[in-house]
Structure formats: structure tokens, C-alpha cells
Design a protein around this ligand. Structure first.
Ligand SMILES: Cc1cc2nc3c(=O)[nH]c(=O)nc-3n(C[C@H](O)[C@H](O)[C@H](O)COP(=O)(O)O)c2cc1C
Length: 345
């Protein structure tokens, strides 16, 4: 049993990573249905929350069925973060997460996100300010350090634990690496094995299959694993990992019915949360992933990405289901996109 404040997670928890423009309520809904044990919102600017920016406010939307859920904030200023923590408090998530990992220039170079990795004293002060401003359990997500020369995660973990964080998620890369190279989990294991560290340590970086999850769980002894890119377009990853951990067997690839069902659920939630126009538009990028591997799907997909009414989209999804009834999609490895500077984080 893993405990984070009042949250109790049974078994080996699988966390859906916070991802800007991805981990919104519609996407979280399909991940939750498929076994994500703990989820986070996209990161939310503390300054934006204080200014009451609509975009930041909207990201605070969380729903009962998502619980346990964490709201993630970022910022480089103690007062702003503390005030943002108070705003988050009233929305009543299960935890408040601080992002000290974001490598993008617009965030990191203003001193927020992974920019704080250059200044551990500041990181500790910021965290302390948040812990003191909220009754929620505070957690942190960060990287190994700023660059190859400053991989200070061991010191960071101890000092953040000392000011009261309740869990730490570590992406096994430095800020300079962005998404290049392979995530290095050996330092994550060192943090976990430090006898001073009592809080749960979650490993993150490059997990893309049930087999790798089990291998990394055993090799690095983390308390849970956080999954980001592998869940984009493939929310089934969570249930596949759970099943493999319980039985040692791989589930078959999702059926056509399941693919259509997820597409419909995601669409329905998108429309509910974003309204019909944006909801239908933003859903378009997801169909090719959800329906990947179906021969000749392009013809259907071309229709799906042009239709403007929910009923029309659903009708085409019904056609897909009928057309491919009983077709077994071959299991294919998940390809992790190598996000570099062009990407939001
Ligand atoms: C599109 C995208 C958006 C991201 N946004 C955030 C974010 O808002 N907050 C955060 O802490 N990390 C963010 N990340 C980093 C992920 O949470 C995660 O640490 C990273 O992708 C490595 O995990 P993975 O290999 O499982 O994808 C983002 C990553 C991607 C790909």
C-alpha cells in the first residue's frame, strides 16, 4: 500500500503523467477507465491562476470519477505559488503537485519549472511556501537536475522531504537533455534506496510496455511508475500493464469494439468539456491513434476529421465497428515521440 497524505494506492500504482494540452479531462477519463491509478492535470501557471486567466482556471476542472487526482502548478515566485496553492485548495483535489521539471524555454528560463533545478535553495523555499499554504498533500515532479554536471536529485529529494512533500516523481533526464537519449533510472533508484527517504518515489521516463514496467519495477524498486507519452493514443497501456503484472501474460490488442468505444467516450467527454465546436475539432487528432492498425482505415478517418456534428461522427464510428467486426488488430510496439524544443514541454 502506497500512502500519499490521505490517498492510499493499492498494488503497484500506475500514474498518468501531467501533460500540457494532453492530460485534460476527456483524455483523463479514458485513461481512468483503462486503469490509471493516479492522475494529474496539465501544469497550471500560478501567475495565470492569480490573474484569473480563463485558460488556467479551466484547467482546474476535476471530477469525482477521476479521484484520486492531483492538480499541478508551476511558478518561480514564492508568493505567487503560495497564492495559487490557496486557489487550488478550494477545488478540492486529492493532492497538489509542483512542477520543477518543465524544460521549455518559456517556462524554465523564467525561473519556473526545471529552471528551479539551478537553484535548490529557491526550490526548497518555493516548496515550503506551498506546503504552508495548503492543507492538501503536496508532491513534486522534477528531473534529475539541470544538466549532466548538476544532477542534484538526491539532495533535492532529501531537502524537499524535509519541508514536507508527501511523494516525489522523477523523470530520469536532465533539463538539458529535453527528451534526448534514454531516461536514466539509476539515480532514481539511488533516491529510492536512500535510507533517509521515507516518501514514495515514482519513476518516470520511456515506459512503453508491460514488460518494461515489470523490468524497471524490479530493477529500480520504485513505489510506482508514471506514464506519459505511451498513453497518448493508447490509454489501454494501463490495463495491459496491470494484467501483465497480475498474470505474466500480455493482453491481446484492443478489439475494434473497444477502439470505437474509447473514441466515442473521448469524443463525448471532449464535447461536454470543450463544447461541440472545439470538442469535435480537438478530437480529430486522436482517431488515427485509436484506430491504428485497421487496414484501409484512412477512408473512414478522412470522414471523421471533417464532420462537424457529434451524431455524424458517431455514425461513422458505428460504420467502422461494423466494417471491421471481428478483425484482430496486430499488437504493435508503442512508438514514443521524441519531443524536443518544438514541443510545449
Ligand atoms: C506533450 C507533453 C506535455 C507535457 N506536459 C507536462 C506538464 O504539464 N507537466 C509536467 O510535469 N510534465 C509534462 N510533460 C512531461 C511528462 O509528464 C513526462 O515527464 C515525460 O513525458 C517523460 O515521461 P514518458 O517517457 O512516459 O513520456 C509533458 C510531456 C509531453 C510529451
Amino acid at each position: 500500500m502506497i500512502t500519499i497524505g490521505n490517498i492510499q494506492l493499492t498494488g503497484f500504482p500506475l500514474l498518468l503523467a501531467p501533460m500540457e494540452d494532453v492530460s485534460d479531462p476527456p483524455f483523463r477519463a479514458v485513461c481512468k477507465e483503462n486503469g490509471a491509478d493516479l492522475m494529474y492535470t496539465e501544469f497550471i501557471s500560478s501567475e495565470g491562476l492569480i490573474r484569473d486567466a480563463i485558460k488556467s482556471r479551466k484547467k482546474l476542472d476535476i471530477f469525482d470519477y477521476e479521484k484520486p487526482i492531483g492538480i499541478q502548478i508551476f511558478g518561480g515566485d514564492e508568493d505567487s505559488l503560495a497564492m495559487a496553492a490557496k486557489i487550488v485548495d478550494v477545488t478540492n483535489p486529492d493532492l497538489l503537485d509542483i512542477n520543477f521539471g518543465c524544460p521549455v524555454k518559456k517556462v524554465a528560463c523564467k525561473g519556473a519549472g526545471a529552471g528551479v533545478l539551478k537553484d535548490i535553495d529557491l526550490m526548497v523555499r518555493l516548496t515550503d511556501a506551498v506546503v504552508k499554504s495548503t492543507s492538501l498533500p503536496v508532491t513534486v515532479k522534477t528531473r534529475l537536475g539541470w544538466d549532466e554536471q548538476t544532477k542534484n536529485i538526491e539532495e533535492v529529494a532529501e531537502r524537499l522531504q524535509d519541508v514536507g512533500i508527501k511523494a516525489l516523481a522523477i523523470h530520469g533526464r536532465t533539463r538539458s537533455q529535453m527528451y534526448k537519449g534514454e531516461a536514466d533510472w539509476s539515480l532514481i533508484a539511488k533516491v529510492k534506496n536512500n535510507p533517509r527517504i521515507q516518501i514514495p518515489i515514482f519513476g518516470n521516463g520511456d515506459i512503453d510496455s508491460p514488460q518494461k514496467t515489470v523490468e524497471y519495477k524490479n530493477r529500480y524498486c520504485v513505489d510506482g511508475i508514471m506514464i506519459g507519452r505511451a498513453a497518448i493514443g493508447y490509454p489501454w497501456i494501463f490495463r495491459e500493464i496491470h494484467h501483465y503484472m497480475q498474470t505474466g501474460e500480455l493482453l491481446p490488442s484492443p478489439t475494434v469494439e473497444e477502439r470505437v468505444e474509447v473514441s466515442k467516450n473521448h469524443l463525448r467527454k471532449s464535447v461536454e468539456w470543450k463544447g461541440p465546436v472545439v470538442g469535435i475539432n480537438e478530437m480529430r487528432r486522436h482517431y488515427s491513434n485509436y484506430l491504428k492498425g485497421l487496414p484501409g482505415i484512412k477512408e473512414f478517418r478522412n470522414k471523421l476529421v471533417t464532420l462537424k456534428e457529434v451524431e455524424e461522427v458517431e455514425a461513422v464510428l458505428d460504420e467502422v465497428q461494423e466494417h471491421y467486426q471481428g478483425f484482430e488488430v496486430e499488437r504493435a510496439p508503442i512508438v514514443l515521440e521524441n519531443y524536443h524544443e518544438h514541443c510545449a514541454v
